[in-house]
Design a protein around this ligand. Structure first.
Ligand SMILES: Cc1cc2nc3c(=O)[nH]c(=O)nc-3n(C[C@H](O)[C@H](O)[C@H](O)COP(=O)(O)OP(=O)(O)OC[C@H]3O[C@@H](n4cnc5c(N)ncnc54)[C@H](O)[C@@H]3O)c2cc1C
Length: 334
């Protein structure tokens, strides 16, 4: 295992929170590494809803998820931050003058740590039908990363939350036809979006569950839908693609060994007003933290990043003056 770079700040997690913190850390000229377990930066935005139009990021009346992440990538490309993708931090250990950061590939050392891990590494909740693996990535998807794939296709979306409704409305103008299948008559999505859905051309089938998928000789998918709370009421539907939007399972088991304190239900990291966790030198921002009034939004995560980085810099370099605003910081370019 290769050793051993030494950093001022190590950011764990490359979602919108970690990326903005990386940029800001660069502005403060801290020697920084950012470690992300997925193959791409962008967290939930890139992995779960790259094609969604986001309406609540300041400065952008509307922006696609993937475009927002592309802009964030642009924002820190001029700063000498070391970015490591496809690496999951499995352990952190306190040392005399900071921490050891362990991934399966490397051990590095850092003075302070910023956890921007969202709700942990996440995986999609799968459709419980036989042979699902053989369709995944070809005709069964867990997110929409290539809108064009669905053009003029007959599409079934399974799920009843915000994400399922967003996907149905996003594909409606492009697909041949969209059917949304949900196991309850009521939807969990935002009222405004549910109303939009009900006024759209999307066919809503409730309360039904996807029970079986078979490929036809013409390579379409024959979907068997079972009416909930019945044993024998089935309907068949012929589609080209299925998008499963049953949510994601997040896994933050590794963090349990890092001694940082969680809130009562053990899911969120407790932080103080400077975003420091219960462990001195370990800070946390974004969806993974909890404090009174916390909102799990991109805008909130962006605000938390400078608070954390400036507090970390204050601890690492007590004699350095903190910034007033970005133009008071020196931007280094080659
Ligand atoms: C369908 C959907 C729609 C949404 N729409 C909006 C919207 O319109 N507006 C809005 O403001 N918010 C929206 N959100 C919420 C928004 O996406 C989150 O608030 C935001 O992504 C939080 O960013 P984050 O960086 O804290 O966490 P995440 O985006 O979850 O990123 C965390 C990253 O950390 C990585 N990671 C975790 N553990 C490790 C580890 N041990 N080692 C290495 N890497 C690790 C993960 O792989 C992940 O990439 C939406 C969420 C969903 C699911």
């Amino acid at each position: 295992m290769a050793a051993t770079e030494r950093y001022d700040i190590t950011i764990i997690g490359g979602g919108p929170a970690g990326m903005f913190a990386g940029f800001y850390s660069g502005l403060r000229t801290a020697k920084t590494q950012l470690i992300e377990s997925l193959s791409e930066l962008g967290g939930q935005v890139q992995a779960l809803y790259p094609e969604k139009e986001i309406l609540d990021v300041a400065g952008f009346p509307t922006i696609k998820g993937s475009q927002l992440i592309a802009q964030q990538n642009n924002q820190f490309k001029d700063f000498p931050i070391d970015i490591f993708k496809n690496q999951t931090v499995t352990d952190i250990k306190r040392e005399a003058d900071g921490f050891e950061i362990v991934t399966p590939q490397r051990i590095t050392h850092t003075k302070e740590i910023l956890l921007a891990i969202g709700n942990g590494a996440f995986t999609p909740r799968k459709l419980a039908v036989e042979n699902i693996d053989s369709f995944e990535g070809k005709q069964v998807f867990y997110s929409v990363s290539d809108l064009e794939h669905f053009r003029n296709h007959e599409v079934l979306i399974a799920g009843g939350g915000d994400s399922a409704i967003d996907q149905a409305l996003m594909l409606e103008p492009l697909a041949k036809h969209v059917t949304l299948v949900h196991r309850r008559d009521q939807f969990r999505g935002l009222e405004y979006m549910v109303e939009k859905l009900r006024n759209s051309s999307v066919t809503i089938k409730t309360p039904f569950l996807v029970k079986d998928i078979e490929q036809t000789p013409t390579k379409q998918l024959n979907i068997s839908l079972k009416r909930v709370k019945t044993e024998d009421q089935f309907e068949q539907l012929l589609v080209d693609d299925v998008i499963v939007s049953y949510g994601f399972i997040s896994d933050n088991k590794a963090v349990a060994g890092w001694h940082v304190q969680f809130d009562e239900d053990h899911r969120m990291l407790k932080v103080d007003s400077k975003m420091q966790t219960s462990e001195p030198g370990i800070f946390a921002i974004g969806d993974g933290v909890l404090y009174p009034g916390k909102q799990q939004l991109i805008a909130t995560a962006y605000g938390e990043a400078p608070t954390a980085i400036n507090a970390m810099m204050q601890q690492i370099y007590p004699d350095k003056r903190g910034p007033v605003h970005s133009t008071s910081l020196k931007i280094k370019k080659d």
